[in-house]
Design a protein around this ligand. Structure first.
Ligand code: NAD
Length: 354
């Protein structure tokens, strides 16, 4: 059996993870993967029950699982809590506890939603790229100084540090992932200025020798930011450090046109965690109108990357394509002339299309 821990979290997290589990059960009946589900709390929901955003028991259950499906956490109700009790702490607890060292964010432009993209259709049509971001190193975790005085002037500083094993690990993942896709890796750095980026580039070139079938090119981050909006179709897999990945993955996310459709994976040493990129959307929670597609596509990533069930993952992706092609739209992507559906209804349609 393959155990999946489902963490609905807060707000629409409850509704969209329920949809994804329905779809996973349906796909399991077809592909005989042997899925088994257990639910745990996190975020505000966990705080209400246990007085903490993430219990040790929930984290331990995730460590023993084959994959974790996460909804979203957060809500106004908990915004005034002390920082260590805030819902977002659950995400950091899971990242640290599971050793989630890489974040994978695909951006795909669906032909049916091309007009929702802020970019011209002829530029974005056919774009299908994946950003692989290093998640536990670099300037976000390096030594820092909040304030010091030098020659009578106040200053602050942060430090970008990367070791060879850290770069090797993320680069290998990017190349392995590219092999499952179109076989191209673009490494993004700032090697013309930063020492850590020069080491990054050297290690990437070394690792690439083990993947002769994968094409490699390098871009400086400023150029990469431009190329993403000028010609996103040129990219397959982009691998980059923590800070550049943070910025570029948000830039890439808007190309697709709807955050309700965007999945993500955080790859861990013990277990990997899969979640949509959006938050808990308290403004629409409980109304039955949330778009579950980002979470369902995250479940497809779980099947692909944690359970190596690529056929089942593809079946889910095709079912979503079909649902969109047939004109079904949740409120967030609805425009005149299409069929407006709620969360449960669109879930049923996706299941029928499997
Ligand atoms: P949000 O992503 O929750 O919502 C932004 C807007 O997009 C809202 O109008 C919302 O209704 C809409 N939206 C989001 N997902 C949707 C979906 N699946 N279907 C239809 N519409 C959708 O961002 P926010 O409003 O800035 O944050 C709300 C809460 O979520 C905050 O507490 C924030 O801290 C938290 N948050 C959590 C995560 C996470 O758990 N990983 C990520 C981002 C924000």
């Amino acid at each position: 059996m393959k155990k999946i821990i489902v963490i609905p979290g807060d707000g629409i997290g409850q509704e969209i993870t329920a949809s994804a589990v329905t779809v996973l059960k349906q796909v399991d009946a077809k592909f005989n993967i042997g899925l088994e589900f257990e639910t745990r709390d996190a975020g505000g929901t966990s705080y209400e029950k246990f007085g903490t955003p993430l219990t040790d028991e929930a984290l331990d259950a995730c460590k023993r699982a084959d994959g974790v499906l996460f909804g979203a956490v957060g809500g106004k109700k908990w915004d005034s809590l002390p920082v260590h009790l805030r819902p977002e702490k659950a995400i950091f607890g899971l990242r640290k506890g599971l050793g989630l060292f890489a974040n994978l964010r695909p951006t795909k432009v669906y032909p049916e939603l091309i007009n929702s993209s802020p970019l011209k259709p002829e530029l974005v049509g056919g774009s299908d790229l994946l950003i692989v971001r290093e998640l536990v190193g670099g300037i976000y975790f390096g030594p820092r100084c909040e304030s010091e005085t030098k020659d009578g002037v106040e200053q602050a500083w942060d430090t970008e540090i990367y070791s060879v094993p850290e770069i090797e690990r993320i680069t290998r993942l990017a190349f392995e992932t590219a092999k499952l896709r179109r076989g191209k890796v673009t490494s993004v750095d700032k090697a013309n200025v930063l020492a850590a980026s020069r080491l990054w580039r050297k290690v990437v070139v070394d690792v690439a020798k083990d993947f002769p079938d994968v094409e490699l090119n390098h871009l400086y981050v400023d150029n990469a930011a431009m190329q993403l909006v000028l010609n996103p179709k040129q990219f397959d897999v982009i691998v980059t450090n923590n800070i550049f990945g943070d910025i570029l993955s948000d830039e890439a996310a808007v190309i697709g046109g709807s955050i309700g459709l965007m999945p993500s994976a955080s790859i861990g040493e013990l277990t990997s965690l899969y979640e949509p990129i959006h938050g808990s959307a308290p403004d629409i929670a409980g109304k039955g109108i949330a778009n579950p597609m980002g979470t369902i596509l995250s479940a497809a990533m779980l099947l692909r990357y944690s359970l190596k069930a690529d056929d089942a993952a593809k079946a889910i992706e095709r079912a979503i394509d079909r649902t969109l092609a047939d004109g079904y739209r949740t409120a967030d992507i609805f425009t005149d002339g299409f069929k407006r559906v709620g969360t449960d209804e669109v879930t049923d349609i996706i299941c029928k299309n499997l």
